[in-house]
Design a binder for this molecule. Structure first.
Ligand SMILES: *Cc1c(COP(=O)(O)O)cnc(C)c1O
Length: 381
């Protein structure tokens, strides 16, 4: 059965689980490290939770159905997912990556993967042609769209045509739009990454990550890596994410609605110089985002007239916490320069536009009038 997206948020494509587990509607938490074997050479399907656990498997099935993949794997964080993914590569391999990626991803690439002789070119995949960067050693193109925090949009299908021609992988970090609004595998990507901490969990209470793949070979390789390095998500955290996912659709819709209202209000404020939200028709990524996604999400970045204004807003917001992370029901404001992107060298940061006048909002589900009133008083404070 192929259910529609809001139904899949609850059940995946499998409604038989409520007929198992004594009819439990909420999937049970299998809080066990190990499983007894019925006899020598036989297994219940589960041996040891590092390798697999029923609660984790249930979550993986739901996420796989949301991304329309072949298989999904759940990790103890988004970074654990990306770390496992990078074990697919060998010393000498080359990867082309976006230059405006999540700061932690760039840190992993530059501090750990480069030490292991994997090399990178960081380019603006929303504007530059990737093909000239492909060499015989190139194994993958790694992108985010829209990016963090500048909301640059890359055409996934266009890059997928190139990766297919060259027989290399297209990897897409889909955290910002969530599987509710965008499904890169259906556009030709091979691997999708999520920080499950963000929209998927949705409540700012659990750290998790995912890889979703489009074929059996990648699935097998990544299960082997995960079981070997031991970074799978713990059963209780799997249950929290299963619970969070049930409301993914209604959260995404409400958060997006609030984001539109805030973006339009910011545009009218005299101290706002720029609003970067892909849902605004004059945003350079608007048309591509509209073509490849069913929504624009609830992340928006704006530029104010001076660093003093930026600091005043951060000091004066009363309702909106000044905190890292994103995607949850609570609206959060961040200062990318000193928070998420503090490890990125200044020249590189400024090249992507991340200056001391840039603020990022992850818009939540509050009453939008309260959010706008809070921002308004913070500008004026
Ligand atoms: C947060 C984030 C990550 C890392 O995920 P964690 O769950 O914090 O480890 C990766 N990519 C993007 C786009 C993110 O926002």
């Amino acid at each position: 059965m192929n259910y529609k997206i809001n139904t899949r948020c609850l059940y995946g494509n499998n409604t038989t689980s409520s007929k198992e587990h004594f009819g439990a509607i909420s999937y049970p938490i299998y809080q066990t490290a190990t499983f007894a074997h019925p006899s020598v050479g036989n297994s219940t399907g589960y041996d040891y939770t590092r390798a697999q656990n029923p609660t984790r498997e249930q979550l993986e099935k739901i996420l796989c159905s949301l991304e329309q993949g072949y298989d999904a794997l759940a990790f103890s964080s988004g970074m654990a997912a990306i770390t496992a993914l990078m074990e697919l590569f060998q010393p000498g391999d080359h990867i082309i990556a976006g230059n405006d990626l999540y700061g932690g991803t760039i840190r992993l690439f530059q501090s750990i993967n480069m030490k292991n002789q994997i090399s990178f070119d960081f380019i603006d995949t929303s504007k530059e042609d990737v093909e000239p960067y492909i060499r015989p050693q190139t194994k993958a193109i790694y992108i985010e769209t829209p990016t963090n925090p500048m909301m640059n949009v890359t055409d996934i299908a266009k890059i997928a045509t190139i990766t297919k021609q060259h027989g290399i992988l297209l990897i897409v970090d889909n955290t910002f739009l969530s599987p509710y609004f965008q499904n890169p595998l259906t556009l030709g990507a091979d691997i999708v990454i999520h920080s499950g901490t963000k929209f998927i969990g949705g409540h700012n209470d659990t750290i998790a990550g995912f890889l979703v793949v489009n074929n059996a070979e990648l699935s097998e390789q990544l299960h082997y890596i995960t079981k070997t390095v031991g970074s799978g998500l713990a059963p209780f955290d799997c249950w929290l994410i299963i619970r969070g996912l049930k409301t993914l659709g209604i959260r995404m819709e409400r958060q997006q609605e609030n984001a539109f209202a805030i973006a339009n209000w910011l545009l009218t404020h005299p101290r706002v110089k720029n609003v970067y939200y892909p849902g605004l028709p004059n945003h350079p990524g608007y048309e591509i985002c509209k073509k490849q996604a069913t929504g624009f999400g609830s992340m928006l970045t704006f530029q104010v007239d001076s660093p003093e204004t930026a600091l005043r807003i951060l000091r004066s917001v009363k309702l909106i916490p000044f905190a890292e992370s994103l995607g949850g029901v609570e609206t959060l404001i961040t200062y990318p320069m000193t928070q998420t992107h503090s490890d990125i060298p200044q020249d590189q940061r400024e090249k992507t536009g991340i200056t001391d006048t840039i603020l990022r909002l992850s818009v939540g589900i509050e009453d939008v009038d309260d959010l706008i009133a809070d921002l308004k008083q913070a500008f004026e404070e």
